[in-house]
Write a protein that binds this ligand. Structure first.
Ligand code: PGA
Length: 241
């Protein structure tokens, strides 16, 4: 694992965007796994700036959203699809047909998850998977206890995740979601995990330095051959040198 430290979340976001920009320039058809939440916002702002001011071209880039909440009305502003569209995708020149989302409106959710796995395979696999980390160590909605070999599937959200999400959803917090599995994530050729803020310090230390265990889903990343971790000072504060 390569661990890179930054002064604050702005610098971290810029560095993440710079890396993504380099990879897109090298391979204009890059297949990227995208995340939602607070973590990627500074990175996405910088990518939008690079697109506008430096002509970074997304016209052939393919994206797959990591996860999605269930039980929200279509077009709800807090679906992962809406969040990604607003924060990033609508500001780029990516083609609609290259943007993949988990279909939370499907009448057959298990089938939709299988279809997603097929779409990822047909796209040639994920070149770069972005990841954040939950304070309980989850990746996507793979909560503690998720099997390391899990695939894209419907899951129950943990109490900790629901508590965290209530700051956005109020009393209407989703109970379930769809997520790429840990096995799916680990097949990405390259992984970029981002974390900022002191609330992530303890779990970052556990995930990076602790035992590899399904109780800490992100600890599986220690086994990935090409995982870069970008942290701000606060998120890195519990890592011993
Ligand atoms: P956050 O969520 O980016 O809002 O901190 C990360 C996560 O739960 O994976």
């Amino acid at each position: 694992m390569e661990v890179l430290l930054f002064e604050n979340r702005e610098e971290l976001g810029k560095a993440a965007a710079k890396l993504i920009g380099q990879l897109v320039r090298k391979n204009p058809k890059l297949v990227i796994g995208l995340i939602t939440g607070e973590t990627p916002l500074t990175c996405y702002r910088e990518l939008v700036r690079m697109h506008r001011e430096e002509g970074l071209d997304f016209s052939q880039v393919v994206t797959f959203a990591l996860d999605e909440y269930l039980g929200l009305p279509p077009f709800h502003p807090l679906t992962c699809r809406s969040q990604l569209t607003e924060a990033l995708l609508k500001h780029l020149n990516a083609k609609q047909e290259n943007l993949h989302f988990l279909d939370c409106g499907s009448p057959d959710l298990d089938r939709a998850c299988e279809d997603y796995e097929r779409e990822i395979r047909e796209a040639g696999g994920i070149d770069l998977q972005l990841l954040g980390i939950g304070t309980n160590g989850h990746l996507g909605l793979n909560e503690p206890g998720s099997p390391f070999d899990s695939r894209t599937r419907v899951v129950e959200l943990s109490e900790e995740t629901k508590r965290y999400l209530s700051r956005y959803f109020g009393s209407q917090v989703p109970q379930r979601g769809m997520t790429m599995g840990l096995g799916t994530i680990m097949e990405a050729r390259r992984i970029l995990l981002l974390a900022h803020g002191s609330a992530k310090a303890e779990i970052v230390a556990k995930a990076l330095k602790g035992p590899i265990t399904e109780r800490v889903p992100a600890s599986i990343l220690q086994r990935h051959p090409a995982c870069t971790v970008m942290l701000d000072k606060e998120a890195a504060s519990r890592l011993s040198p």
